[in-house]
Design a protein around this ligand. Sequence first.
Ligand SMILES: N[C@@H](CCC(=O)N[C@@H](CS)C(=O)NCC(=O)O)C(=O)O
Length: 203
Amino acid sequence: MPAKLTYFPVKGAAELTRYIAAYGSIDYEDNRIKGDVWGTMKATSPLGNVPILTMEDGSEYSQSVAIARYFANKAGIAGQTEDEKLHADMIVDLVRSDMMPLLVKTHFEKDEEKKKTMAAEARQKIDAWLAKVEANCVKGESSILASGLSWADIALFNIVTDLFHIVDMQLGPQYTKLQAVIAKVGEEPKIKEWIEKRPVTPM
Ligand SMILES: N[C@@H](CCC(=O)N[C@@H](CS)C(=O)NCC(=O)O)C(=O)O
């Protein structure tokens, strides 16, 4: 029995793991639950939130980035050296801890005026980070790591292609290195196949 990834029926915090699993041909159960099911599961879940990874022996783990890193290690794309792993983690943390919360908070804001202000702030902050990543952090031809494709590239691809639309943002053409990274991930046959076959969801 493969490990089971439990999350809501959206891309959200689980999609990075789903991309990595697709890229690495890692077998897992993509368990998409509705809110009412979650209501009964929450109390006994490890940290009171999803995603949750349930192993064959029944043990459960939480935290989306920890789960994604586990899959990245299995797929051999966490980095080829300790220093590369640190570099990849740096980019994943930037995407997941700094960029993504700005987009998620904007998405859930109900006040339309506030939402516009939050979106503008998110665009400005994210763009400043992208400029830094473009200038300082792309070590390979079309990959963050010198050794080639890693989960850092996939994390960037995930936020640019699946979440930037929340704040009406695109990756600017001036970011030629990052454009190459995103294009490379998008051209990977297993990633393409996952995008074609995954459930269609707005987020
Ligand atoms: N830092 C955690 C955050 C997890 C989290 O906030 N999950 C949300 C969905 S994205 C959740 O479980 N919401 C329902 C709840 O808290 O009951 C992670 O990355 O896994």
